[in-house]
Design a protein. Structure first.
Length: 279
């Protein structure tokens, strides 16, 4: 396929396509229903709730002498920034295609900032960047989301889907404090088939290598935690933030995020790479 080119639309922020988030979420709901997912509405307040879909994973071996083994549990979230439409569209496509690794437990939040999407702003309708709220949450969306997360089990992998309006291509931010087998190279390799990779040595002020950012100091020293720091602290030991370049065509960015998620799950599903025991 032809390599997509930058559109040159974005100046001081995202100026590309917008989506009808309610229509996208309705499509997600229809697919989740058709494929037997559990559907949660996380109540934020009288006007807003956050959708969440769960497909419990398969546990095998309980009746044998073997330790109980289960398939990986994966959490995928997106739509925390209302000017990043590719994430909810990627989740919609993944739910519609319904091709998930056998037996995996899946937790999916398709839109964490519904009021931001109505206004097409990074922040919610009250002007709060929800992805800076996770150390000391004030926003009702974040409080409700954390409350819901605290009721869920530990995850083997968390994927947060984002877009970056000024990046030169796709990149991924890895949080892997236990040095587990990395999924980052596999993610970048797959995404490179459909979308340029940002090969800058510095991305968002952080050292990067072939589209991968690996922080060398504990990033949680930062005072304003994004969702991924909360996840790393309380819910997982392996987290990737996937960033699609939003100055490229929307279909390219959606393909990048869908490909990134698929590659991460496929690597995790390889039996020799990892078999997870219960925590
Ligand atoms: Zn974002």
């Amino acid at each position: 396929m032809a390599i997509p080119k930058r559109l040159g639309k974005n100046t001081n922020g995202y100026l590309g396509e917008t989506i009808d988030i309610n229509s996208v979420l309705r499509d997600c709901f229809v697919s989740a229903t058709a494929h037997g997912w559990n559907k949660h509405a996380i109540t934020v307040n009288q006007e807003i709730s956050l959708a969440a879909f769960i497909r419990p994973g398969v546990v095998t071996g309980e009746s044998t002498d073997q330790p109980t083994r289960r398939k990986p549990r994966v959490y995928i979230s997106t739509g925390i920034h209302g000017d990043e439409p590719a994430g909810p569209l990627a989740i919609r496509q993944l739910l519609q295609e319904n091709k998930w690794p056998e037996g995996f437990g899946l937790w999916v939040c398709p839109c964490l900032n519904p009021t931001g999407f109505i206004k097409s702003t990074r922040e919610n309708a009250s002007g709060v960047d929800l992805n800076r709220q996770y150390l000391q949450p004030q926003a009702p969306e974040t409080i409700a989301h954390i409350n819901w997360l605290s009721q869920q089990p530990m995850f083997d992998l968390c994927l947060c889907l984002h877009e970056d309006w000024e990046s030169h291509g796709f990149y991924v931010y890895e949080l892997n404090p236990d040095n587990q087998p990395s999924l980052a190279e596999g993610i970048v390799k797959r995404v490179a088939e459909v979308c340029p990779i940002d090969t800058s040595e510095l991305i968002e002020g952080r050292p990067a290598s072939n589209g991968i950012i690996r922080p060398t100091i504990d990033p949680r020293d930062r005072p304003q935690w994004p969702e991924s720091f909360y996840l790393l602290t309380y819910k997982t030991k392996l987290s990737y933030t996937l960033e699609a370049p939003s100055d490229f065509p929307l279909e390219t960015r959606v393909a990048a995020l869908v490909g990134g998620v698929r590659s991460a799950l496929e690597i995790l599903a390889q039996p020799l790479t990892r078999i997870t025991t219960t925590e």
